[in-house]
Design a protein around this ligand. Structure first.
Ligand code: ZN
Length: 85
């Protein structure tokens, strides 16, 4: 998929980093939603590796919210890269 369209939700400089992990499961809420399992890393659309350098070619990504809003077991190395802490 290739797109150069601008717009949509923008949350500062972190807008293009999305959560990714090795696996995911479907959680039943009002709307069905995929929730990532295990350590959550940050990854950009179209990139093969996470922010911390792991090869994540076939890892599922979540586009519901930016990485900065990810909860649970978040990779600290990715946080440092994305948020700059
Ligand atoms: Zn990471």
């Amino acid at each position: 998929m290739k797109t150069s369209a601008r717009g949509g939700v923008t949350v500062g400089a972190q807008a293009h980093w999305y959560p990714t992990a090795t696996s995911r499961r479907l959680v039943r809420r009002d709307d069905a939603e995929w929730v990532l399992e295990g350590t959550v890393h940050a990854r950009r659309c179209g990139e093969l590796t996470t922010a911390c350098g792991l090869l994540a070619v076939d890892w599922p990504m979540s586009f519901y919210e930016p990485f900065a809003a990810a909860r649970g077991d978040v990779c600290r190395s990715c946080v440092r890269t994305v948020v700059g802490v």
